[in-house]
Design a protein around this ligand. Structure first.
Ligand code: SAM
Length: 299
């Protein structure tokens, strides 16, 4: 263990982070760990050690986190109730040439967290904003979900009231991308039930619970089994959750009923190649798939 720690401390990448340029009059948007304190980047650590102050959602939380990194910095409260005023303070300090870090309680600021208004105001004032990437609960969950889809649709927190939540879910029914939800533990059962009612029960759901923490759990099942899985162990209703839901089932290009109807109409009047090309333009489906289907229809 000691040998490992020694070798990490002497890694050249640490020197690389130190020797890079960190402009003054810049707001550094710094991602912090979502549970495991070691999930902080080398560059983030260096920037946090370099800045004049750290703007944060909760000064007590951030003070504790910085202490774990062996750092002590002046803190500026910048939460959802004072973002506008905090932005003014930060802009004045940045204009005076300071470097300031912006962090949230956990993960990436401005993603279901305060920060977006501050970033907007700082950029509008013509000042530089530099992002330091790191942990994000959404991307962490996606990476270990095993759901195969190149697209994801970030929803974040659903409305707390059932009626508004169900309206949002209805609007998401035809989204083909994997959907990403954040949910609080006291609403996870209700959320699972609402998802199962809104989407096809065969769709896969992933509960990514307590990511990067001691009791991390990543469970995948059809939506129809979600409530049962949660109920099977009372611990499963505790902690922090990302919930992923498989995107809307897609009819294959050539099987799509509407595309087939259009293709047949066009084939009655046009040669195969032209009918397929026009059908592709009308439906947005792939031309090659429609061409193959047109050949089949023509026998
Ligand atoms: N900005 C943060 C990010 O990018 O990860 C998210 C902040 S949001 C206020 C907090 C929500 O993120 C939690 O309610 C939960 O849905 C999710 N979350 C944060 N940490 C998590 C973890 N360790 N495991 C699972 N979900 C987590």
């Amino acid at each position: 263990m000691t040998d490992q720690a020694t070798s990490i401390a002497t890694l050249p990448v640490l020197g690389e982070a130190v020797n890079q340029t960190y402009p003054i009059a810049t707001l550094y948007v710094v991602a912090t760990p979502i549970g495991n304190v070691a999930d902080i980047t080398v560059r983030a650590l260096h920037v946090l050690s370099l800045v004049n102050a750290v703007a944060c959602e909760d000064t007590r939380n951030t003070a504790q986190l910085l202490t774990r990194f062996g750092l002590h910095k002046p803190l500026i409260a910048a939460h959802q109730h004072n973002e506008r005023e905090a932005a003014e303070t930060l802009i004045a300090r940045l204009q005076a040439g300071e470097r300031i870090a912006l962090v949230s309680d956990a993960g990436t600021p401005a993603v279901s967290d305060p920060g977006a208004r501050i970033v907007d105001a700082v950029r509008s004032a013509g000042l530089r904003v530099m992002p330091l990437p790191g942990a994000s609960a959404a991307v962490t969950a996606l990476s270990a979900s095993g759901l195969v889809n190149d697209q994801f649709h970030f929803v974040g927190f659903l409305p707390a009231k059932a009626k508004q939540r169900d309206t949002v879910l209805q609007q998401l029914r035809s989204v083909p991308a994997t959907m990403v939800f954040y949910e609080a533990p006291h609403r996870i059962v209700e959320c699972a039930e609402a998802l199962a009612a809104a989407f096809e029960p065969t769709r896969q759901v992933v509960f990514a619970r307590e990511l990067t923490k001691l009791f991390e759990e990543i469970h995948r099942c059809p939506l129809s089994e979600a409530a049962q899985w949660l109920a099977a162990d009372p611990h499963r209703e505790k902690g922090e959750f990302v919930v992923l839901v498989e995107g809307a089932p897609q009819a294959s290009d050539a099987q799509d009923v509407e595309a087939e109807r259009i293709l047949n109409i066009l084939l009655a009047e046009l040669p195969v190649k032209q009918a397929a090309a026009l059908a592709a333009q009308i439906t947005g489906k792939k031309k090659n798939a429609l061409y193959d289907r047109a050949l089949q229809i023509k026998g």
